[in-house]
Design a protein. Structure first.
Length: 144
């Protein structure tokens, strides 16, 4: 995610400027194949409203992965995650704050998706990087 946003480690982990909020605030356990189970809904229900209420200055939510997209965004039609990500321009143009942009999960499991959707790297990422820089107040800064 840090590479996608072109942020240095110092910028990405600066809690005054970026919040990394999990969907579940507790480990959900593992399935039979060793993968993580879905986030437990009661954890998000317990903590999300409180946490987001404590961040009234929030201007942009990057909903990473299907669970976050279903929680933070209206997912229309049967376009699934790809459809949600394709609507990134709507997210940037929204007047209501915080604006929301869907992103795939930055996992090796999505490498095939990234290859099949080159617009993600050529169109979406540059626009999101520019918006993150604008919000951080240092448009001229570069990744290091």
């Amino acid at each position: 995610m840090r590479v996608w946003l072109a942020l240095s480690a110092e910028e990405f982990y600066d809690v005054r400027r970026i919040a990394i909020v999990p969907m579940g605030f507790c480990f959900p356990g593992q399935d039979a194949a060793g993968g993580d189970l879905p986030p437990r809904r009661e954890c998000a229900l317990t903590w999300h409203a409180r946490l987001f209420a404590a961040m009234p200055q929030l201007q942009l939510i990057l909903a990473v992965g299907g669970y976050a997209q279903r929680w933070h965004m209206e997912r229309r039609g049967d376009g699934g995650m790809t459809g949600a990500v394709r609507r990134w321009r709507e997210g940037l143009a929204a007047r209501a704050m915080p604006r929301r942009i869907a992103l795939p999960h930055p996992s090796w499991r999505n490498n095939a998706w990234l290859v099949a959707n080159p617009w993600f790297e050529t169109e979406l990422l540059p626009a999101v990087r520019a918006e993150v820089r604008r919000l951080m107040g240092d448009v001229g800064a570069s990744y290091g």
